[in-house]
Write a protein that binds this ligand. Structure first.
Ligand code: ADP
Length: 272
């Protein structure tokens, strides 16, 4: 699996008074198996970008290749793309609607046309991977805690066996404990399933701890793209584009703990 994005631009409401350029000439390569964080303040284009990756939004201009094939070519199998590139939306628990947890997780694979037996096998496997045992199967999703609901929603996507798992702000609205649990679980999934994971967040704290590559979005552009240590060298610029100061301080402090020599009056930081 690989995704290649070439000169991608997207304009909402093109030709209307509400025209808004949300993505501006983005080119990125997302090779197989990486754990990638996309960060940026609200409105920087993160959600718009990821919705392009499974074809929910079609580019105004530019190209996206999945395994070398343009997803915009005639007769491209969008349904298959959507099962390969699993997207967990913000507040995914709002999309839980089945009578119980197990039926909910079965919904996706069943829709793919799999047999009942395989559907159920996948649901069991997916629920196990998000740490929900059989005692949860017959519970109503609405009786669960916020973190548990979110796990059910993630399991629903995992049951489709995606090659790429994209999570849009998976920790939004959770308490610190729920947040750490979800992020640890996601990190474990990346390790065990060896799939590409894209974690979208406005919080550097969330991504700094887990990912191997960070893409910083700002005003519809990919402003920085690299290993966390490379990206965090620009911490002053990050602060300037609204990635909140306390978070920068947190990251700087955690790098100091790791032995980095950071002079807080400097404009760049170097590893000790
Ligand atoms: P993020 O996910 O980083 O918060 P979005 O991709 O949601 O950013 O938004 C990027 C820009 O596009 C913002 O200026 C936002 O207001 C605008 N936008 C997002 N969705 C819509 C929409 N449905 N119609 C018009 N403008 C939109």
């Amino acid at each position: 699996m690989s995704i290649k994005i070439e000169h991608l631009s997207y304009v909402y409401g093109e030709g209307t008074a509400f025209e808004k350029k949300a993505l501006d000439d983005i080119s990125l390569e997302l090779p197989d198996g990486q754990f990638i964080g996309i960060i940026g303040h609200t409105g920087s284009g993160k959600s718009t970008l990821i919705q392009h990756l499974n074809g929910l939004i079609k580019a105004t201009s530019g190209q996206i290749y999945y395994n070398g094939q343009s997803i915009y070519q005639d007769n491209y199998n969008m349904k298959e793309l959507r099962s390969k590139v699993g997207l967990v939306f913000q507040y995914p628990e709002h999309q839980l609607f089945e009578i119980d947890v197990f039926t909910d997780v079965c919904f996706g694979p069943k829709n793919l046309g799999l047999s009942q037996e395989e559907t159920e096998e996948r649901a069991r496997e997916a629920l196990e991977q998000v740490g929900l045992g059989e005692e949860f199967y017959r519970q109503s999703p609405f009786e669960l805690s916020g973190g548990q609901k979110r796990r059910v929603a993630i399991a629903g996507i995992l049951a489709m066996k995606p090659e790429v798992l994209i999570l849009d702000e998976p920790t939004a609205g959770l308490d610190p404990k729920g947040r750490d649990e979800i992020l640890d679980q996601i990190a474990m999934l990346h390790k065990e399933r060896k799939i590409t994971v894209i974690l979208v967040s406005h919080s550097m704290e969330d991504v700094a701890k887990y990912v191997q590559r960070i893409i910083v979005m700002n005003r519809g552009k990919a402003m920085y793209d690299g290993a966390p240590r490379e990206v965090f060298k620009h911490y002053r610029e990050l602060e300037e584009i609204g990635l909140a100061a306390p978070q920068v301080t947190y990251v700087v402090n955690s790098l100091k703990e790791k032995g980095w020599d950071i002079k807080t009056d400097a404009t760049t930081v170097e590893e000790a």
